[in-house]
Design a protein around this ligand. Sequence first.
Ligand code: 6R9
Length: 733
Amino acid sequence: MHLFKGLLHKKGAASAADKQPGGSAAAVSKANGASTSSHTTTSAVNKGRPVVPTQEGRSLDALHSIPVHKLRAQAAATEALTVPESYPHFTPFVENKKQYDEMYKRSIEDPNGFWGDIAKEFHWEKQWDEEHISYNFDVRKGPIHVEYFKGGLTNICYNALDRHVAAGHGDRVCFLWEGNDLDQDRKMTYGEVLEEVCQLANYLRSQGVQKGDAVSIYMPMVCELPIAMLACARIGAVHSVVFGGFSAEALAGRMEDCKAKVLITASGVMRGNKKIDLKAIADSAHTMAAKSGHTVPRVVVYENERAGGRAACSFTEGRDVWYAEAIAEQAKTCEVEWVEAEHPLFLLYTSGSTGKPKGVVHCTGGYMVYAHTTTKYVFNMQPGDTYWCTADCGWITGHTYLTYGPLLVGASQVVFEGVPTYPGPDRCWRVVDKYAVKQFYTAPTAIRSLMRAGDLYVKEHLRDSLRILGSVGEPINPEAWRWYHDIVGDGRCPIVDTWWQTETGGHMITPLPNAWAQKPGSATYPFFGVVPVLVDEKGNEVKGEGEGYLCIKQAWPATLRTVYGDHERYETNYFKPFPGYYFSGDGARRDKDGYIWITGRVDDVINVSGHRIGTAEVESALVAHAKCAEAAVVGYEHPIKGQGIYAYVTLMEGVEPTEDIRRELINTVRGIIGAFAAPDVIHWAPGLPKTRSGKIMRRVLRKIAAKQEDELGDVSTLADPHVVEQLVALRGH
Ligand code: 6R9
């Protein structure tokens, strides 16, 4: 733990984090009349009602039954569908299953040698020790820890930029920026990106940012977003990117939690036709964080002229500085801070089963090698390839497969500020043709919404540059898979359906293009170094064909190293449910050919448009509304988003449900978390189905939301079985 240079031990971090959406101390004090309460999570949602155990307690209960996801049935039906054995358009790094089997075997049996050989491609200021890996995944044997490249000193920014420039590739295009509107674009070479990174890194240093300090980033998808991340990495600062769709309260909580020294933000952004004043949100966040005891001393503001620019943007003299002015005076070279392989690279907050998001910590060396290796093999990526990942840098996909992986490989990549459906549903294919994109990586939700718009939008563009299509974020239903494969890829491109998580840092289970036959909807086999296992509720491994909780048995280089400020939570959440294993929170099944099919989350996390949202976070936000007494949130199947947010709300005694209250409730969630977490359905619930001990039976709520009340199963443990009829009647459709 000493490796984190005090990052883990900052006292107060935990209580600050409770003010994340859901910790919502404000909501609690308002309801209970208590002054503050920093240790309420899920209990906060049940004003005065029996306390629901927190995530860690709650998850085990949920684990007893894997929800039967529709995908399973679909998957079984489509397993029989034929897809090409291989695709003739490129030579893959891994040519067949036999080669994979050999490489895989070595990666498991000799990880030291396997990863060590790959790491030699990078610059290490100091070579790592020969036996460089050590880890413990078993809580019964002591604290969980993971270490790769022990003794080594390196810098990921140097390896992503300087290394290529030094090799003579300074003129290679690094970023192909495509703005919200059709006529907005910008090219930056590796040399130019390096210079700007150095200028910003010098500025950050001039502001006293040192190795191990945290910098919050709240930006739209302009080149300056990955540049800001790389500038932090260059000086050993730890970046915490907060997705631009998060609310002021969410940003405040995250800035407070990591005690950000600087916030890098932008004046605003256009998303389709909508202007979003990021700076105004950042200002409110700053005020909220200051009130809770953490003032971010410096705010760097990137002027986005396309969204109002300076004239429309508030500016606090003495605290704020324009990005262009901050870097103008700075030198275009900047000394690299060589850091230990286990030095933290970034924090990324992600939702779990409680109202309090976790700050997932990834460290430099292992993450670097893993990001590079997965990018290279999964996208079969060569230096100079033109690649496009539509993810925002605010999520893990934008970290690993935009900022780091492709740059480590030396690719040229599209950075897209807009949305896939603006100005029309052909935008993606237009951009693919404009830049001759070879590998395209997006989420099933985008695929489904483009599919709905019709094939014509696709067919009016050539797309003949495409070689590989990727999917990430949620299970891809076979119908969407088919459309992506047959229409977008004209049947020429393999699909890499990549299963992984914020916590895993990089791809874990994924096809390697052309190495083996695909099955639509299956993520197929594990990546090098990954040992997935399915376990039953007792923690016994399910061998061969079968279904279970998806766990990982052995450390891999990009394993999350801790939860920021709360190593105990890290252990409890990921390693205690099944001792000896990392528990993913997902269910999966293995078919007779050994292919793995992800069946979806088995905890209280839902996946909305590929965004991971804890139901408890939404519940806490709803209860922050004065008229809401209790809330219970579940996911339901949504044709485009994958899952939608279905909220059961019990109003305070004497309050009648109205349209206005419904709107206000939705707006409260928007305000506390962000628009992407707004409930799709509010279902008025005079009572909730609870066991005699007061536990909400979410299974029942999921069935009612899915209109499957005839499949409720055993409800004999309900304290009041009439609640079910009442809820069905109130659904009204
Ligand atoms: C990368 C990312 C992680 C959760 C994960 C799982 C779901 C991601 C998937 C998938 C089925 C895939 N998920 N990829 N499910 N097939 N190819 O999305 O990270 O935001 O942390 O979400 O997303 O449920 O547990 P993150």
